[in-house]
Structures are given as structure tokens and as C-alpha cells.
Design a protein around this ligand. Structure first.
Ligand SMILES: [Zn+2]
Length: 290
């Protein structure tokens, strides 16, 4: 027997993590070799200490952290063979997850954007994690154009122009690259990862504000404790309001349970509606989750 009180509380407080990564066991087992043939992969995953998770790991983590839905992303592969294998795995895992895994599929730099057509037919819900080549290169822009034509949002790995170096910092979309994307492809729907590389301050410029108010962009909080002080949540609310930030853990880089707790703590001084919006409400609306 279901408890109606519990059911309605669950419905009003859907917890969504918009930024996680899973890999097929075959690619995890082959990581040393893959690191030698794909520099971008090697930068992040050559070390056996760098966490890699399967769909089973993610679902177990979601149970432990009380997460209803996770966006599971691929990786910005160099070669189509790995991207194709990764896409197939993500789509299969999502199909078996009863709606708990939303698959954002990868595309390799040597692939044609048309591979997204088949992925959509098989259930892809987004493109990601995608890397725009800093200031947005033409080939990357073409991938987004195709995704948008197919109705897919794009989860963009964004990185800062300033601050410390870390694996994966180079090649992420910079704030300038993100603005180029938003202003040249206003119909594109973008989850700008890692706070858009520091983009939110530009939200105070009227023309940027107007572009953001179209509702096509979400900023995710992935890897916040590795990048910013907790006050980033307060600053972002002042700069952007309540409707445009969504929780992303970057699991398994960050544990979902611990990351969620840190978001709850950072927003402890705010109305519950703000925390609810960040922890699921904004993502549910953006991803059209029911
Ligand atoms: Zn990222």
C-alpha cells in the first residue's frame, strides 16, 4: 500500500543529478590501453585511482543518496570506436533503468554529427559530456547544431580562464566560448557544466540576461568543492536567480551522497524552494521529466 503523504512529498521533491559518468565494463578494463591511444581520456583516466563507474555502481549510489534520476554522460572520445561502444552501453543501461538513468551520449572528434540521428532513434536524451574546444571550434559547433535539430540538449564541459590547472581544464568551453554558442545558436539547449567556467557574472549584462531568460541554459554545480568556496551558491543566486542552477555531482569523481549533503548545507540559509529547485526542480523542468 502506498502512503499518499509520502508519494506527494516525493513528487514535489524530485532529486535529480544532471552530471554523472558511467562506462561499460569493457572500456574500464581497457583503460591503460585507451589512455595510450586517446590523450584526452589519458589525461583524466590513466591513473587507476581515477574513479570509473558502471551503471550498477551509479544505481547503487543513487539508492544510497536518495537520487531519483541521474543524467549519465559519455566522454569526449577521440575515436569513433570507443564512442560507439559507449553510446550503446548508455542507451542499454537507460532502457533497463525504469527512467532513473537519462542517457547523454558521446560523440568522438573523428565522427560525423549524423551518428546522433541513430542514437536519438534508440533513446538518447542528450549529447555529452561534450567539449567545445575552448572558444568553440567549428567542428564542435556543428555537433551542437545537429543535436539541437534533433531536439537534444548538450552537456558542455566548461572551464575557467583563470585559476589552478587540473586534468581536463584545457579544451573545455570557456565563458567566451559559451557566449559564442549561446549567441550564435540561440535555440541550442545547454547544460553548462562546472558553473559555466565562471560565466554567471556575465548574467548581470542585460543582453546576456535576456539570452539566459529564454530558458535554454542551465548551469550545473559539478565538482564545486574542487573549484569554488561554498559561497558560490549564494553568489549564483544573486547573479542568476532561482531557476537556472542544477545540481550535478560529477559522480564518480564526487560521491553523490556527500556532494548532495554539501549542496544542502551550502543552501541552508535559503528558502527550501531554492534548494528544491537546485536539487531537482530546475533539472526536471529542463529535461521534461515527469
Ligand atoms: Zn566536465
Amino acid at each position: 500500500m502506498s502512503n499518499p503523504t509520502t508519494t506527494s512529498a516525493t513528487m514535489t521533491r524530485m532529486i535529480v543529478d544532471v552530471h554523472t559518468h558511467i562506462f561499460p565494463p569493457s572500456l574500464i578494463a581497457d583503460r591503460a590501453h585507451l589512455a595510450s591511444i586517446d590523450a584526452g581520456f589519458g589525461e583524466l583516466y590513466a591513473s587507476p585511482k581515477a574513479g570509473m563507474a558502471t551503471a550498477e555502481h551509479l544505481l547503487a549510489s543513487m539508492d544510497a543518496a536518495g537520487v531519483d534520476v541521474s543524467v549519465a554522460c559519455g566522454f569526449w572520445w577521440q575515436h569513433g570506436a570507443q564512442a560507439a561502444e559507449h553510446r550503446a552501453y548508455l542507451l542499454d543501461a537507460a532502457a533497463q533503468s525504469d527512467g532513473r538513468i537519462v542517457p547523454f551520449v558521446p560523440i568522438a572528434s573523428d565522427e560525423d554529427a549524423s551518428v546522433l540521428d541513430a542514437a536519438v532513434a534508440q533513446g538518447a536524451r542528450g549529447l555529452g559530456e561534450w567539449r567545445g574546444g575552448g572558444e568553440l571550434d567549428d567542428a564542435s559547433a556543428e555537433f551542437v547544431r545537429r543535436a539541437t535539430a534533433l531536439g537534444l540538449p548538450v552537456l558542455a564541459h566548461c572551464s575557467e580562464d583563470v585559476g589552478h590547472l587540473y586534468p581536463g581544464k584545457h579544451g573545455g568551453l570557456t565563458p567566451g566560448g559559451l557566449w559564442r554558442l549561446i549567441s550564435t545558436q540561440p535555440e541550442a539547449r545547454v547544460i553548462a557544466a562546472h558553473w559555466g567556467g565562471g560565466f554567471p557574472f556575465a548574467g548581470l549584462m542585460p543582453e546576456v540576461r535576456a539570452a539566459l531568460e529564454a530558458g535554454h541554459v542551465l548551469f550545473d554545480t559539478a565538482a564545486t568543492p574542487l573549484l569554488y568556496e561554498p559561497r558560490v551558491f549564494i553568489a549564483a543566486r544573486m547573479l542568476l536567480g532561482d531557476a537556472i542552477v542544477a545540481w550535478g555531482s560529477d559522480f564518480p569523481l564526487r560521491e553523490q551522497e556527500r556532494d548532495r549533503a554539501q549542496v544542502e548545507a551550502a543552501g541552508a540559509g535559503f528558502a527550501e524552494t531554492y534548494r528544491d529547485a537546485i536539487l531537482g526542480g530546475n533539472a526536471a523542468r529542463f529535461l521534461e521529466l515527469s
